[in-house]
Design a protein around this ligand. Structure first.
Ligand code: MG
Length: 388
């Protein structure tokens, strides 16, 4: 049996010229720690990009890498890994990532640690173990998950980080000229309103472009229904995260009250959270985020969704490219997939942080057939890692 001999967490900080989602509006000044609140969704962001990486090493010297969300308070996640979880992974068989995941989940379930930072820590460990498992067997992770069923994956352009609507429209047109036909705008920074946003985008991009609205949990169910109905005449691909995540019945009401599909799921960590929404018929498109779920929960969520006829379009958040690679790898083996988010501002920046193996051009992701998650951190990335 192979054994894990070492597991270490790291923090990666990557400076940004402009904060995520674009320039700050009035009243959005960063505090002394570099955090600011977007008025449009009342959510805190840092002025830099950050994530938490995990490196596992086996007794035969094989190394696997994982990564999780870390934009705020990354030391909460690294402390959970260092103080608690690492010692429960050392000595285990890296070829059993799902079993290890469930054992780590069980350690804290009766205390209510069924989400948040605890599950983020599990996600990073899970990805690192799957990566190591692939490398040990000299196979890509998609093979371990049942085999690759997609040659390429459609990528949609997410986020149009420009200060004015005219500039956002022109920016979307630039991506359209590069072969992309699907787009998503962010409601919190649509200063002229979401109807003006989709209407202008539709006029510029033409009738065939797919345009989704990320509504950032900002509405009550009634407001969300009204807003979506107002967008629908302009051709809405899907409405993402229209209302507060806790209101499952409200989300079901939104689904029933509109014609367009409702997307949700980037903030869920586990199949348990997904199942609540599936049972309530509260979602039409599920958007699992690998940085929060890890490979084990990501595939459980996506497979359960597919079995119920719910479409899968994985989310892509702020990271170095390690959890994005894991997301694309896992998605290659999944049915019922309509595409994968393409965060161009992060993806393009990550070139140089991870080895070659991911490409997104002409509207499609191409993913290498290499072992594990298909990429690894470059020396440049490793030199930037901070041991907490
Ligand atoms: Mg979103």
């Amino acid at each position: 049996m192979n054994r894990v001999v070492k597991l270490e967490p790291f923090i990666l900080t990557v400076p940004r010229d402009e904060p995520y989602l674009g320039a700050l509006r009035e009243g959005e000044e960063p505090n002394a720690k570099g955090y600011f609140v977007r008025k449009g969704n009342k959510t805190v962001y840092p002025t830099v990009d950050r994530s938490v990486l995990v490196r596992v090493e086996t007794d035969t010297g094989i190394v696997g890498w994982g990564e999780t969300y870390g934009i705020v308070a990354p030391r909460a996640t690294t402390a959970i890994i260092e103080d608690l979880l690492a010692d429960f992974v050392v000595g285990r068989d890296p070829l059993q990532p799902s079993e290890i995941h469930d054992d780590l989940y069980n350690l804290m379930r009766v205390r209510g640690y069924t989400g948040g930072f605890y599950l983020d820590a599990l996600a990073a460990i899970d990805i690192a173990l799957w990566d190591a498992a692939g490398r040990l067997q000299e196979k890509p992770v998609c093979e371990l998950l049942g085999g690759r069923i997609h040659e390429t994956l459609p990528g949609y352009v997410s986020g149009l980080p420009k200060p004015t609507l005219a500039e956002r429209v022109a920016f979307a047109q630039e991506w359209q000229a590069r072969g992309f036909d699907s787009f998503k705008f962010a409601a919190p920074v649509a200063d002229d309103g979401i109807v003006a946003e989709i209407s202008e985008l539709r006029k510029a991009l033409g009738p065939d472009a797919r345009i989704a609205a990320d509504m950032h949990w900002a509405h009550t169910p009634d407001e969300a229904i009204a807003a979506i109905l107002e967008m629908e005449p302009h051709g809405l691909w899907f409405a993402e995260a229209p209302i507060a995540t806790e209101d499952v019945q409200g989300l079901a009401r939104v689904c029933k009250g509109v014609s367009s599909p409702v997307g949700a799921g980037e903030e869920w960590r586990t199949i348990f959270e997904a199942q609540l929404r599936f049972n309530a018929q509260a979602v039409n498109i599920v958007q699992p985020e690998m940085g929060h779920t890890g490979i084990t929960q990501f595939t459980r969520i996506a497979r359960a969704a597919h079995a119920l006829g719910i479409r899968v379009i994985p989310h892509a958040t702020i990271g170095s490219g390690i959890f994005l690679a894991a997301s694309l790898q896992a998605t290659l083996a999944l049915e019922g997939v309509d595409g994968h988010e393409f965060q161009h501002s992060i993806f393009l920046r990550n070139q140089g942080l991870i080895t070659d193996g991911l490409e997104c051009s002409n509207g499609e992701y191409r993913v290498s057939d290499s072992v594990g998650i298909g990429v690894e951190p470059t020396d440049k990335l490793v030199s930037q890692l901070e041991r907490p």
